[in-house]
Design a protein around this ligand. Structure first.
Ligand SMILES: C[S@@+](CC[C@H](N)C(=O)[O-])C[C@H]1O[C@@H](n2cnc3c(N)ncnc32)[C@H](O)[C@@H]1O
Length: 214
């Protein structure tokens, strides 16, 4: 739950950030009108952040876990190198038509590879080393994703992991049955202990863990 001042700060930041493209605006709007849990969509600020990071890296290969309606995919794709590709995995088959409808309207459509299925089953079959990985899927598997995906990040490659503050629950008293919060806290501790990476927990939106593979 945001306080009044936090809402005002967010609105101020949005007002001083390059606006969404028309395509992203329409996708954002249709997601809010028609899809369950629209708060899951990255939105203008986080989307701009993802675009900035991607443009700075100019990745050849990006992997995204958790497409939802494709907002973050389109933002990440902006930074791909000329011959770059983004693989994005979404488990919910019901979202496929909407995702494809918006991807097909993007000039970057040819660079986007949508894979419908369970990332936990599909990722072990992928033999690509990625320059940039964005993890934004179910929280109870964050440590599994980390163990599975770190070997697939290139040296000096970057992993971004969303929602690591989990609505501030990581600093509040944790209910014994709150498995998502416990898992996210375990994930954050695991990254912090890992000497093979450099990491920054950015307190932006719901918290983004930025990880560089050394
Ligand atoms: C928070 S939403 C992603 C939001 C999106 N990245 C954005 O910023 O607009 C999480 C998505 O992960 C998907 N998901 C959950 N578990 C998954 C899995 N095992 N494999 C692939 N996708 C999964 C959900 O269906 C949901 O659409």
């Amino acid at each position: 739950m945001f306080t009044l001042i936090e809402n005002q700060i967010e609105e101020y930041c949005e007002a001083h950030t390059t606006p969404e493209t028309d395509l992203l605006y329409r996708l954002n709007r249709e997601t809010h009108l028609k899809v369950m849990n629209p708060r899951m969509l990255s939105g203008q600020l986080q989307g701009s952040f993802l675009t900035f990071v991607s443009k700075m890296i100019k990745p050849k290969h990006i992997l995204e876990i958790g497409t939802y309606t494709g907002y973050s995919t389109l933002c990440l794709a902006e930074g791909l190198s000329e011959d770059g590709i983004i693989d994005t995995i979404e488990i919910d088959v019901e979202l496929e038509d909407m995702i494809r409808k918006y991807f097909s309207q993007s000039p970057l459509n040819e660079k986007i590879n949508l894979i419908i299925g369970d990332a936990l089953k599909l990722v072990p079959e992928i033999s690509i080393d990625y320059d940039l990985i964005f993890i934004d899927a179910e929280k109870r598997h964050y440590t599994d994703y980390y163990k599975m995906l770190l070997p697939k990040v290139k040296k000096s490659g970057i992993m971004l992991v969303d929602n690591v503050l989990w609505n501030e629950k990581v600093v509040l008293e944790v209910n014994d049955k709150d498995f998502d919060t416990k898992e996210i806290m375990e994930f954050n501790d695991m990254v912090q202990r890992d000497n093979s990476v450099r990491n920054l927990l950015l307190p932006f939106r719901d918290g983004i863990m930025m990880i560089e593979k050394l």
